[in-house]
Design a protein around this ligand. Sequence first.
Ligand code: SF4
Length: 394
Amino acid sequence: MIDVRKRTGEDWELNIERDEAEAFGLSFEQIVPRQCANECIFCFCKGNPETARPSLFVRDEDVRLSFLYGNYTTLTSITEDEMRRVIEQRLTPQYVSVHATDLDVRAYLLGVDRERADISSKMQRMLDAGIEIHAQVVLCPEINDREVLRRTIYDLAEMHPQVRSMAIVPLGLTRYLNDERLTAVTPEFCRRTIREVDVIQKDLRARLGTTFAFLGDEIYLRAGGTVPGRAHYGDYPQIEDGVGMVRTFENKFGALLRKLGRRPPLDFQELSGTIMTGTLFAAPLKRMVANLNEKFGTRLHVLAIENDYFGGDVSVAGLLTGGDFLAAREKVRGEFAIIPRVALKSDEPVMLDGMRLEELQQQFGVPVYAFDFTQFATALESGVEPQQAMGEAA
Ligand code: SF4
């Protein structure tokens, strides 16, 4: 039964009868995202090569997508209708890019005037209506770091628990995004930021019972260190923003090793191949895979792939392209290669440069599998011939 209110104001009650698996005969319109009206100096859309997929140029700023998928919005141009919709339909939580609570800094970063940059009353209205907010800061050295960041964290922490958490992720420069107002994130900058934020996190944990302000994994890895332990992340409120992903991966990897250790010995000696990943994740992955090799006799190699498509300091696995994998093909050792599943579109086996997985596979001398962790674990756990297991898990 569906209640329908027509544009005329007329109410209909529809009974739909259908057999199992039969279509409803009714579908909802695709959401056409609202576009942002900002000119952020670090906008990722400016960092794309011209040939990138059109979807990478979509500057969405849509409270519906924020609720549905965790997309961040800046709230600078939210309309009264949208605000009412969030409140009436309880579209909670919302994900808000705050960047800085200092209005001059926020206005500068977003390329808008101070008045538009000020979203304090909009946020307060949401919070008063019981809408929870997860906040984000894109951390730009020399602009919203140090004292500005400290102030931003404490201002937002004042609104906890309604503001549930805050992610601090580093600015990403590509060879196309090279605005001279931006300063690159360096390992030294990351180390200093970790030191400064660590003090605040300790204070907040003592007062609020939560770390509240989480640094993105990238900051720890680029500092050359390891990510914090599990307790630091609580219920991983910012996992979709790359906060705590490495910790969950390492925990799952450890659990996999323990599980494999409890099974009858498998013929892992035959399992020889190369796992390709971004330069950022290569170091922790090498440690984990070395452990696997040592315990079970596998001969797996981790290959750090440079991102030539975006250039700059782009180092995450999810932004690697077909061309990047191809450029490293001569370095592949063993009988197969694994690329990260996250480098493919979620609904289609195609990479950011438009290359399809089949094309890549045809150009490699060995089978290429696009795996996420679960598929990799399934292949190892299946107990069948390792090479066959890889094929079956793909
Ligand atoms: S709000 Fe997002 S899409 Fe819009 S300009 Fe800023 S970074 Fe770009």
